[in-house]
Each structure stands twice: as C-alpha cells, then as structure tokens.
Design a protein around this ligand. Structure first.
Ligand code: URA
Length: 309
C-alpha cells in the first residue's frame, strides 16, 4: 500500500507529486459517486484528526457521504480509522471477559444508558461507556450528566481505569485523545444536516465502541417520528450495518429495534431525566423505561455468555 500524503488545499495542484491525494480530490470523488479506497479514507480521517482540513471541506465530504452512501468496505475503513484516531483502551486481564456496553442511535427522553450502565456494573460487569451529546433533536447522555453540578465528562485514560475499578461504570465523552475524529465529525454533522446518514452513524457509534475494547455490545436502534431512522426498514438496515461493523472489530454485537414515536418515560430535559433515572434505579421507574433497561440488560448477558470461556 502506498503511503499517500494529504494536502488540504487545491492551490498546489500543479506542483504536487502525481500520487498525492488532496482533500478536494477526495470530496470530488465521493461527490461524483465514487468509492473511496482504504488509503483515501485514512487520509481524510487523519486530516480531520490533525486539523489540516477546513471545516467547510469536512462538511462537504459529510454531505457527499450523506448523498451517495458508502459500501461495506468504506464503512469498515471509516470505522477503523475513526477508532484509531485516538487511544484504544487496554484493560487488566481479569476484566477482559466482562467489558460490556450498550449504545442507542438516539431518541427523545432516552435515558436508558443512565440506568443500565450502573445496573450492569452492579451485576459485576465493567461498562466503559463513550457517549455523545445531543445530535439534531435527540438528547445527549453527556448533556444530561452535565446537568449535575460539577460532573465532568472529559476523563483521561488513567481516570477511566480508576473509575471503572472503584465504581464499575463510567460515562465519558470524546476528547483530543479519545476518538478525536468522532468529536469533530459529530459536531459538524449536527450543523450540516448530515446526522441521518447510516454509514456516518455506524462510523460514529462503532468507532467509540471499538476504542472501548469491549467483549460484548448491545445496540438500541430506534425507529419512528423522533428517531434518526423514520421507519422500520431503514432501522433494520442500520442495525445490520452496526452489527456487521461491531462484529468486524471482534466485539460480540447484537441490536434491538425499538419504537420512538413517543418519548421514553415521563420526563424530557437534561436534569429531570437524571432525576427520573435515579428513581428508576430505586425501582420506581415508568414501565416503558424499566422494560427497555431489562430487555437490553438481558441482551448484554446473552452476548456475554457467548464470549466467556
Ligand atoms: N450516537 C452516536 O454516538 N453517534 C450517532 O451518529 C448517533 C447516535
């Protein structure tokens, strides 16, 4: 494989080496319906990580992907490169068969993570959840947690290990060292109307889960009026992409499809959702939330039982 350089400008076009990839070349190729090679996707993500690409160029590439989609090989390369844009966690040997997580594609009033992460930790699992902020109209787990005064969602690798050791679960955000490419793309998707691209959702979610070095993963793929996927068919397609990408990284991955035509639980809003989650952990939660937590907890257990030796 050639180690191509990348140039964010087109001004050097007439003096650059013939095989140097420029960002405008990559955008044009994707815009015109071409398939990006592994090297080209690597060059794009590297430019995002190293900030040698302008936001306008990243936005244009995101829109080209939104318009033309990606084939399975491109999604695989995108996910791998996003994951490797930062640190990939390593865990003590004794934890290795217990590293689990769940992730939702996003909804309104979706606070399942706030309840399920500590519930799984109470069952002896380790849950290193790299989560997200609000995306389009969907709520973000990190924003909800930050409604607790003093709560810090940016943690170093060392702190994550410490928290997992003492608490069993931790919910953190992307940083300059943890999936930094997702940190940039996530924010730009939100302001360029490119949130609902199935390959971009897959790269975003599975890169974070890959960086967590998980044993087992359950994905809650939402469909309905308040979800990224408006219908069951597109949610099924997304679920298949996510499961293929997760299993491709060696994580035992399963997906649940659940409706998102009405809010989950009774509360919508960052701080009230935290309060409702705490009530649910005490056994006083609304039925729909309790059902989602127990169903997904059971799915995690099933995935884990097929991992353990
Ligand atoms: N959650 C993520 O982390 N990324 C998405 O694209 C959607 C939901």
């Amino acid at each position: 494989m050639k180690d191509h350089g990348v140039d964010a400008t087109s001004q050097t076009a007439n003096i650059r080496p013939a095989d140097m990839i420029t960002i405008p070349d990559l955008i044009r190729k994707k815009r015109d319906g071409g398939q990006l090679s592994d090297d080209e996707i690597k060059a794009f993500i590297q430019a995002v990580k190293e900030k040698t690409i302008q936001d306008s160029q990243t936005g244009a590439m995101l829109m080209a992907i939104w318009l033309n989609g990606m084939v399975s090989a491109e999604i695989k390369a995108l996910t791998r490169e996003m994951m490797s844009s930062g640190e990939v966690m390593e865990w003590p040997d004794e934890w290795k068969n217990f590293m689990v997580d769940k992730h939702s594609t996003g909804g309104v009033g979706d606070k399942v993570s706030l309840v399920l992460a500590p519930a799984l930790a109470a069952c002896g699992c380790k849950v290193p959840m790299f989560s997200g902020r609000g995306l389009a109209h969907t709520g973000g787990t990190l924003d909800k947690l930050e409604s607790i005064p003093g709560f810090k969602v940016e943690q170093s690798r060392e702190q994550i290990l410490k928290i997992l050791d003492s608490v069993g679960c931790c919910i953190v955000g992307q940083t300059e060292t943890l999936v930094p490419a997702d940190r940039v793309l996530y924010a730009l998707r939100d302001i360029t109307s490119t949130v609902d691209s199935l390959p971009l959702v897959t790269g975003s979610i599975i890169s974070k889960k890959g960086a967590e070095s998980l044993s087992a993963l359950v994905l809650d793929v939402k469909f309905g009026r308040a979800a990224i996927c408006k219908d069951f068919e597109s949610a099924t397609e997304l679920a298949q992409m996510l499961v293929e990408a997760g299993n491709g990284l060696g994580i035992r991955t399963a997906a649940v499809l659940s409706g998102m035509n009405s809010t989950i639980g009774r509360c919508v809003g960052n701080s009230v959702e935290v309060i409702e989650s705490l009530e649910t952990l005490k056994g006083n939660g609304p039925d729909d939330l309790m059902e989602l937590v127990t169903t997904q907890g059971d799915d995690v257990a099933q995935q884990l039982s097929s991992v353990r030796v």
